[in-house]
Structures are given as C-alpha cells and as structure tokens.
Design a protein. Structure first.
Lengths: 240, 175
C-alpha cells in the first residue's frame, strides 16, 4: 500500500500543471520588476494606499468626527463673535463717553448740555437773561426749554449724547432763528418723533449738523467732538 | 532579498491553484506587502510562511470575485509544453493521461485534502514548510497528508484500480 501511495505522490508531482511563463522566467522578466514596484509603492510610509485600507465604516466615522469638530469650532467662533458684538453694542448704549464708531472722541450729555446752555445765553435777545447761580444742570436746561419737562435723560449724564438728542437740543434753542436752507432728506429718520425729525432736517438744511454722504443721518450715533465744534461754529456764523 | 528569492514560488503557488498570470501577480504583490509590514513574523525559512499568506490572499481574492473553488484546479486542462511533444510523443501521451486521470480526482477532494497533497507534490515544500503554510503542526500535517492520499486513491477507484494504471504506465521517469 505504501508503495502505491508513494507512486501516487510521484505521479501527482509529474502531473503538475505547466504555465507560460514559468516562475523562473517570470522572475527575470519586466513583469516581476513591475510587481516589485507595486510592493514598494504600497509599503512606503505615509502613503495614500494605507488610507485606502480603511474600511468604509472607519472612513465614515472619521468623516463624521471631522465634521463634528468643524461644527463645534464654528459654533464657538460664532458664539464668541456674537458675544463681543453684544458687548460692543452695550458699550455704545451705556458706556461713559466712549469712542464713537468713527474713532473720534464722543461728547457726553453733560458737556453737550453745558455747551448748549452756554449758547442759549449767548443767543440774540437773551442778553437780558441772568444765568442762575448754582443749580441742577438738567433743571436749568428745562427752564431754558432745551429739555422737555417730562424728558428723561437716562441714568447718567456721562453717557455719550446721540446726534439726534443734540440736534433736538440745538433746535429747541435756535430752530426759530436759523434760515431755511435746501430741502434735505435722510433715509433713516422716518421712524423718529416728529420734533426730532424736524430738528434733524432743519439743522441739516442750515448746514449746522449735516448728514453723511450715503444719505443717512445716523441719529443714534454718538456725537463727536469735531461735529459739536463744527455745529457751534456754524451757528455762530449764521447768527452774526 | 526576500522578493528575489521567493516571488516566483508564490507566483507558481497561485497559478497552480488556477489563478491567471495577472491574478497571481496580484497575490504576489499582496503577499510581499504583508511581509514588509510584518517582518517580525517571518521565520528563518520563509517559504511556508509566504505560501500560508498566499493561501489566505488567494481565498480572499476568490471570495471577492465569487469564484467556485471546485474549478480552481485546471489540471486536466493544462497541456504539456510543445517542446516535450517533439520526438517524445509517448511521454506526452503518458503525462496527458496522467493528468486526465488525476486532475478530476483531485478536484473532487476536500479543499484541505487537496491543499496538503499539492503543497508537497507541486509546490515542493517539505513537511515542515507545508505544515507552516497550513498553520498546523508537523505531526498534524503528516496525518492530514496520509488521509488526503487515501482519499485521492479512493477517488481513483481504490488501490487495485490505481495499480492497474501503474502497471500500464511505461517505465522510466515521467518528468
């Protein structure tokens, strides 16, 4: 039996298939070199083929992780930017004499009111008025008709005065004395109170407190020191 | 270098199991990529280990392509080279008959039985190398080989029938 099995194995070896080219011929051919190049390419470090070995679920998980990280970063960035924007807005509304958006120094309500009161005493026909002694600034302004009897100027006179408030104060003192100028229109004053809108248009027409080149007046913008000085100079010119 | 010494053996291994030249080259590529990434696993005599990897790569390749393993051996379809035919017609007929008899019987065996026989007879591995390629001990491989030979003889119609075939075969070496 063993002899037969040995003969069987020998016959089996004899029946080995024949290929063209055989292994040895192939090993000496260009094809073997090409296969070797493929091996080297696939085994070089930091190669893309290694990335391709990832399974689809792994790729999907990695993709989702990247998307999640990007979303978190974007959310944080938006949140931080929004917070800063809110802080800036709050600063404009409540801070003490902050910087106006143009970069110029803003005028506080106290300073503006003092200057308007001083101008009121210097207006024509007011020479007979006697400046009262030590008194409350707001009450003095009320007595001169600069501030209305029921108007609330807010918690602090150190807050920046807005252009519309300053225009209103000037208009109440000098509105009747200023000459009519060219009709002026602004795109951002329609929602204001009638008196405020009239003050803005009147002062702008007289050239006391002009608007901006883009057709806006920007009533809520803090009044800058240069704007205040220019307005006082213009009023002085007009009243001379 | 490992590739220079053994790439052709891996190629032959794949082709002996029915792979085309291109498919066999893909197997060679995969085997040596694996060997480059796992150099610590390669034993001093690497052939058995390399063919063990090739066996798994080939199985994966076939699973991917949905091939039928029963068709992987094309022994009966393989012709002897033409230069053997010239002036040696008798030997060519002998080889042709041998393949015609052994091929179908081999194809009917279980995959593992067929593999142990072919590793030794076609791929020329020692028992130790073949055991490594199969992922088993030398002793287990010896037992498997014994059972595989018996199974092949059974497919050939038993010892008596094969003895008739042996008696009718011409004298001399077949290779």
């Amino acid at each position: 039996v063993n002899g037969n099995e040995d003969k069987l194995m020998a016959d089996l070896a004899s029946a080995k298939p024949v290929h063209e080219p055989d292994g040895q011929d192939w090993a000496e051919s260009e094809r073997a070199e090409q296969v070797l190049a493929r091996v080297r390419e696939a085994t070089q470090p930091d190669q893309k083929p290694r990335a391709r070995r990832w399974s689809s679920p792994t790729r999907m998980a990695a993709l989702l992780a990247v998307v999640a990280v990007v979303a978190v970063v974007a959310f944080v960035a938006i949140y931080v930017a929004g917070g800063q924007g809110a802080e800036q807005t709050a600063g404009t509304a409540t801070s003490q004499v902050g910087e106006p958006s143009s970069g110029e120094e803003a005028v506080s309500m106290q300073k503006a009111l003092e200057r308007v009161i001083a101008l009121a005493y210097s207006r024509p026909g007011a020479t007979s008025l006697e400046r009262p002694g030590e008194t409350d600034l707001v009450e003095e302004a009320r007595s001169l008709g600069i501030v209305g009897p029921d108007e609330d100027l807010g918690p602090s006179l150190l807050d920046a005065v807005s252009r519309v408030t300053y225009a209103l104060w000037l208009w109440r003192v000098f509105g009747s004395l200023l000459p009519d100028g060219a009709t002026t229109r602004f795109v951002d004053v329609e929602g204001l109170a009638e008196e405020s809108r009239q003050a803005i248009l009147g002062l702008a027409s007289a050239g006391v407190l002009p608007g901006y080149e883009d057709g806006t007046f920007r009533p809520d913008r803090p009044l800058s020191r240069s704007e205040e000085a220019a307005s006082e100079a213009k009023i002085a010119d007009l009243l001379d | 270098m490992l590739y220079r010494g053994y790439a052709h053996r891996v190629l032959d291994y794949a082709r002996n199991r029915g792979a085309s030249l291109e498919e066999a080259e893909d197997v060679v590529t995969e085997v040596f990529v694996v060997s480059c990434r796992r150099p610590g696993e390669i034993p001093g005599e690497p052939l058995g280990w390399l063919l063990g990897v090739a066996r798994k790569v080939l199985a994966n390749q076939r699973r991917t392509k949905g091939r039928k393993t029963a068709l992987q051996y094309r022994v009966a379809q393989v012709s002897a080279p033409l230069d053997l035919c010239q002036g040696e017609t008798d030997r060519w007929i002998e080889l042709h008959d041998l393949r015609r008899v052994l091929g179908p019987a081999l194809a009917k065996l279980k995959e593992k039985d067929r593999e142990v026989l072919v590793l030794v007879s076609w791929d020329g591995l020692t028992y130790k190398e073949a055991a490594e390629a199969m992922g088993c001990s030398d002793r287990a491989f010896g037992l498997r080989l014994l059972r595989a030979r018996q199974s092949l003889l059974k497919e050939l119609g038993g010892i008596r029938t094969y003895k008739v075939l042996e008696d009718t075969a011409p004298e001399g070496e077949l290779t």
